[in-house]
Design a protein around this ligand. Structure first.
Ligand code: H2U
Ligand code: ZN
Length: 353
């Protein structure tokens, strides 16, 4: 029997950005996509939904009325998880703060960003110029909230699709500006900082160089960005968008770079939709440098896409069992996921005919 490649036998892969391992079990897949029937959604496009709390002119759940906006519309989340001013508490001396029981106040601001007035659109189907407006809005939010003295991180994220817990199909995302750097960017900060001082170079610049040389996990690219399935991806079709130039935040990019970012978002989400001919669900988010008023030469701007789908428009991966109790695990290799995404058309399936 000829020996298999290391990639075909069970192995674990290291994520240097998160300092975690993922178990890869490629022998368990027997071409998981074979025989699957792609599901095309019925064309029931509703451009305005009178019951949608994000559509222009509608009243939101708490009674506020949206303006008849025609571009990007931003409002303070009516059910904000964080508040800018700490409410007075009667028992502030009783807050537990020892090695076993520990609580701390957390301040912040939560906003909702509607991408477009059209209820039916998604990033994949928006015009590049309209996605550019969204990128400009993200930049302005990062700048405005990030300069506030108590805000040390601005997290921009989109939950897309009911499967990912999005409360509404209207194209939108959220911005949470928070006092303490959250765990994910904090772990990435430490990893990037330590790599930077050990190697004298940037972790993600060096990683991107390797990926561009190998060209095995790249999905799509343009002048300023590369979208790839990371070597250590956990979700079947997970992707990362990396800036080619070492830059920490949208606020440091010029208009050309920002329009390239809009372009790569459209390219990647279009391929996602084409994969199972469905509006592909995901959670995506930008990882920009912290806004803690410190220099961050180590931080490299990137976006993560975490889509749950595995084999078809309805079969999803669950992070349960060994993954909850041990470590994350995947069957299809990042290389085969990238190959499949790369091979797809760059034109959205609904727009083909
Ligand atoms: P998600 O689809 O990612 O859950 O985002 C929708 C957000 O919109 C959610 O955080 C807010 C919810 O609190 N929201 C309002 O601010 N006003 C409303 O009228 C309904 C929902
Ligand atoms: Zn709507």
């Amino acid at each position: 029997m000829t020996p298999s490649s290391w990639q075909q036998v069970p192995h674990r892969r290291y994520n240097p950005l998160r300092r975690q391992w993922v178990l890869v079990s490629p022998h368990r897949t027997q071409r998981p996509w074979q025989g699957e029937v792609a599901k095309t959604e019925p064309n029931t496009a509703i451009h305005y939904d009178p019951s949608c709390y994000l559509c222009p002119g509608n009243t939101r759940a708490d009674g506020h009325r949206n303006p008849k906006y025609d571009g990007v519309f931003i409002f303070d989340n009516d059910y904000a998880a964080l508040l800018p001013d700490m409410p007075e508490v009667s028992d502030r001396n009783d807050v537990p703060h020892d090695d076993l029981l520990r609580a701390e106040p957390e301040r912040g601001t939560c906003r909702v960003v509607c991408f477009h007035p059209d209820h039916d659109l998604t990033l994949a189907r928006m015009l590049p110029v309209d996605i550019q407006r969204v990128v400009e809005a993200w930049t302005a939010q990062t700048a405005e909230l990030g300069q506030q003295p108590e805000i040390n991180y601005v997290q921009i994220f989109e939950n897309r699709g009911a499967m990912m817990g999005a409360s509404n199909p209207h194209p939108h995302c959220q911005v949470w500006a928070i006092e303490h750097i959250p765990d994910e960017p904090q772990a990435e900060l430490i990893a990037q900082r330590e790599y930077h001082s050990a190697h004298g170079s940037c972790l993600l610049c060096d990683y991107l160089k390797r990926e561009v040389q190998l060209a095995r996990r790249i999905v799509c690219e343009n002048d300023a960005f590369v979208a790839l399935v990371p070597f250590w991806a956990v979700w079947p079709f997970e992707a990362m968008v990396l800036a080619r130039r070492h830059v920490g935040s949208l606020t440091e990019m010029d208009a050309t770079q920002q329009s390239s970012f809009a372009d790569i978002l459209k390219q990647l989400t279009t391929r996602y939709d084409n994969l199972f001919e469905t509006s592909f669900p995901y959670t995506m988010g930008l990882h920009q440098s912290p806004t803690d008023k410190q220099p961050h030469p180590e931080w490299h701007f990137h976006a993560h896409f975490y889509p749950p789908l595995l084999r078809s428009a309805t079969v999803r991966k669950f992070m349960v069992g060994f993954e909850m109790l041990g470590m994350p695990q995947r069957d299809i290799t990042p290389e085969s996921a990238a190959e499949r995404l790369r091979a797809l058309s760059a034109i959205h399936y609904t727009l083909k005919s």
